[in-house]
Design a protein. Sequence first.
Length: 78
Amino acid sequence: MSAGPIACTIAKGGELKRRCGVDADDLRDILREICALDPRLETNSTPGGGAIIPNVFIQPSPGCEWQIELNPETLSSP
């Protein structure tokens, strides 16, 4: 049985923990919260039928890691 993406990210998350200033337990909580989000926007209904634009793009990458990018279309200009 696989450890799963959260356990694998925690195991390899030394730099992520350092950059976020959190310990392994906090990182685990953060990742569980992110994983609980619904990435399947098409299953949600939108008032007025408008398009839903995601704030972030999350994709698995090799080596049991995740690539997370902000959507530049949703960023505010300073």
